[in-house]
Ligand binder design. Structure first.
Ligand SMILES: Nc1nc2c(ncn2[C@@H]2O[C@H](COP(=O)(O)OP(=O)(O)OP(=O)(O)O)[C@@H](O)[C@H]2O)c(=O)[nH]1
Length: 295
């Protein structure tokens, strides 16, 4: 029986492994993971139930300087997410100095007055002595409630981390049903899976200007799900790259996405993909609203 809840914001600069951590914690693919920064655009609630506690995790977009309207939107979400939670988990890389973006996030944590746990990720890449130096460096900068070294990828330190989160749990009713791992609508997750495959398959310049919309979602009597997915890009030349020679790139992206979508939906999926050019959509508020990036 769930008796307590803990709302935790997962913050950190792009690429530190926030999405990997959320996925490791939930054991499900709710947040997308790639090796490229600024993958996560929307806040994703992930829900982890352990014994009597329900952990609700907010996965924020990577913190960075806003350059486009979409960038502004992402930075605002980070600011909001830090203010109204039981605690913040600041995820950092095992580097020997506190970076500018970490300084900014610590500043926001200080002004919001929320407790924070420092999570040093990717400890599989450093030696113990280095780790001790990094811990000392951060401990001198801010009074973190705890400092937990982990490897999100290898699943190390995860139990200890949940143990620390547990300390912020407050008595209260369960916020989400126990079988629910995310509050994101299915369509959104499907679109994010397709975007993940674009990011993995293409040079970084192209996918960062793409948006994905599920334009058809219907279920046949025999349970097969029909999906039409439209990929929007900013330039005609990008459209060519996404489609690829003889349509091979698009075919590969579609195949890889279908495998993950079938896993997520738990059934057979028939996926059709389309590519359209929509110039400068990232600076166009109407287009952004259509893609689900709303305040
Ligand atoms: N060696 C190592 N690599 C990791 C670990 N955790 C994550 N990574 C890698 O770091 C890269 C970034 O991971 P993500 O989870 O996408 O990072 P993120 O912070 O969510 O990135 P944004 O969504 O851009 O903010 C990926 O290539 C991961 O495989 C870890 O514990 N060890």
């Amino acid at each position: 029986m769930i008796k307590k809840t803990a709302m935790i914001t997962i913050a950190g600069r792009p690429n530190v492994g926030k999405s990997t951590l959320v996925n490791t914690l939930t054991g499900e693919k709710v947040a997308i993971v790639t090796n490229k920064p600024q993958t996560t655009r929307n806040r994703i609630f992930a829900v982890v139930n352990r014994e009597e506690t329900q952990f609700v995790l907010l996965d924020t977009p990577g913190f960075h300087k806003a350059r486009t309207r979409l960038g502004d939107y992402m930075v605002n979400i980070v600011k909001e997410s830090v203010a109204d939670v039981d605690a913040v988990a600041l995820i950092v890389e095992p580097l020997d100095s506190v970076g500018t973006q970490e300084e900014l996030l610590i500043g926001q944590i200080e002004s919001a007055g929320v407790p924070a746990v420092l999570v040093i990720n990717k400890i599989d890449t450093v030696k113990k002595e280095e780790l001790l130096r990094i811990i000392a460096r951060y401990a001198a900068r801010f009074a973190f409630s705890a400092i937990v070294p982990i490897s999100a990828k290898l699943g190390q330190g995860i139990g200890e981390l949940l143990g620390e989160f547990e300390k912020f749990a407050v008595e209260g009713p369960q916020l989400f049903p126990e079988d629910m791992v995310t509050d994101q609508p299915e369509k959104q997750i499907i679109a994010e899976i397709v975007r993940e495959k674009l990011l993995l398959g293409l040079d970084r310049e192209v996918p960062h200007g793409t948006a994905v919309e599920v334009t058809k979602f219907s279920e046949r009597d025999d349970g097969i799900i029909d999906l039409d997915v439209t990929i929007y890009c900013e330039k005609q030349s990008h459209k060519g790259m996404i489609i690829g020679k003889n349509g091979e790139m698009l075919k590969r992206i579609g195949q890889q996405a279908r495998v993950d979508i079938e896993k997520f939906m738990g059934g057979k999926v028939f996926l059709q993909t389309w590519v359209k050019v929509k110039e400068n959509w990232r600076d166009n508020q109407t287009a952004m609203r259509n893609f689900g990036y709303t305040d």
